[in-house]
Design a protein. Sequence first.
Length: 278
Amino acid sequence: EDLPELRSALLTYCQANRVLGSVLISDEGINGTIAGAEKNIDSVLSFFQKLPGCKHLEYKVSFATDEPFLKLRVRLKKEIVTMGKPEVKPSEAVGHYVTAKDWNRFIKQDDVVIIDTRNDYEVAIGTFNGSVNPKTKRFRDFPGWWAKNAERYKDKTIAMFCTGGIRCEKSTNYLIQNDHKKVFHLKGGILKYLEDIPVEESEWKGECFVFDQRVSVQHGLVKGSYNLCFACRRPISQADKELPEYEEGVSCHNCLNQHSLKRKEGFRERQRQLNRKA
């Protein structure tokens, strides 16, 4: 009932356990990614599980050799993921869950349409075979995309997926509210699939974008091969770095014309300082 008080308690407990990362709190629930020593993470998870309604909190565990976060943020938000549709209430109804072990069989059925609910830059580095890319810039664009395509898919079984399963809680509720009857989604998202399914059995192609310093992960949730462009925060591969549009810390092929010359010079000065420190 008192979210500011809850935020303060979570922040204090994470700090006391030297845990970094990002935790989001809203009336909808709690979501986040945190990193630290294993015993400290276990302690924080126990704290979370004692919160009202969180006894059966679902979480995914992976390991990294480098710290994937630079700081700790515990924030209050109106929505865990912003769709901009206040009538969407996942607590009331969501699509049917499909577990990672059943996903391959499910999506190969003839009447199933697989929809990637993530943003375009996430889809660009990896997705499931045969999935539909809505080419959205942000999650709040998804309802508009569906409105334009609902008739096209009206008689189909919809199977949705996203990074950790959170966006699908909202997207499936949105479809249900708009009278689509056969709605399913991948339980635990791509991360659970990559954690549980061996690469030789996988229908996943590429890597999965994550919102921390790892940038992307592969099967087994090991760190991927992508870096971030500092200027636009989009993932870039080694091949992208060899393009003429790439300048370390300043621009890449995604954002070459997005920033003013003055701002680019600011990026260059920052990069020069980083190079001197190195």
